[in-house]
Design a protein around this ligand. Structure first.
Ligand SMILES: Nc1[nH]c(=O)nc2c1ncn2[C@H]1C[C@H](O)[C@@H](COP(=O)(O)OP(=O)(O)OP(=O)(O)O)O1
Length: 169
């Protein structure tokens, strides 16, 4: 049975806009253990909130540089995640993927860099929505994920794949 959505997504909008960046190279993915902010202690991609006047792509690159001291090359937007939260403000998150970077991933005040084989992603230490869309991201396909959370748990989800994002987004 398909459960009805607790959210009217046709009118949904988020007060927080954020980004995630995933570097995937030679069968490995570069993740972080996040040291502070929302999701501290969890494993995720680098990323954070979009600053005023900044594009999502600029934000994803800036946050990756701030958190890991690397400069990613030619990031491509693959996904959008719409998070209806129960205990913090809702979030719209743009997801980017890159295949290369300049610099050496380095621990900062915000993050510890961690490489994983793409066959060995530590979902049990990540946000509970990641297992739904990250495999699609790893395939290099585009997606739109909608998730309603109750606390830390996904209470409703929908994933649409092969979405066409506007050129250059
Ligand atoms: N359900 C979820 N699944 C996921 O994979 N990432 C999520 C998520 N909910 C939030 N995030 C990520 C997206 C974004 O990178 C980050 C937003 O968290 P914050 O608002 O705490 O931002 P940060 O503190 O990292 O950044 P700044 O405040 O901008 O420095 O958390």
């Amino acid at each position: 049975m398909i459960r009805p959505s607790p959210i009217d997504w046709s009118t949904w909008s988020a007060p927080v806009h954020a980004t995630l960046m995933f570097v995937v190279r030679e069968g490995r993915i570069l993740l972080i253990e996040k040291k502070r902010g929302l999701g501290a202690g969890k494993i995720n991609g680098p990323g954070g909130k979009i600053d005023p006047g900044e594009t999502p792509r600029e934000c994803a690159m800036r946050e990756t540089e701030e958190e890991l001291l690397i400069r990613v090359k030619d990031p491509v937007k693959l996904g959008e995640l719409h998070f209806a939260m129960s205990d913090v403000p809702d979030i719209l998150c743009h997801v980017y993927r890159a295949g290369d970077f300049d610099g050496v991933p380095t621990e900062t005040d915000e993050a510890v860099p961690l490489w994983f084989a793409t066959a060995d992603i530590p979902y049990h230490r990540m946000w509970s929505d990641d297992r739904y869309w990250l495999p699609v991201m790893l395939e290099g396909r585009t997606f739109l994920g909608r998730f309603a959370f109750t606390g830390d748990d996904v209470s409703w989800n929908q994933l649409v794949t092969d979405v066409e994002w506007p050129e250059g987004e």
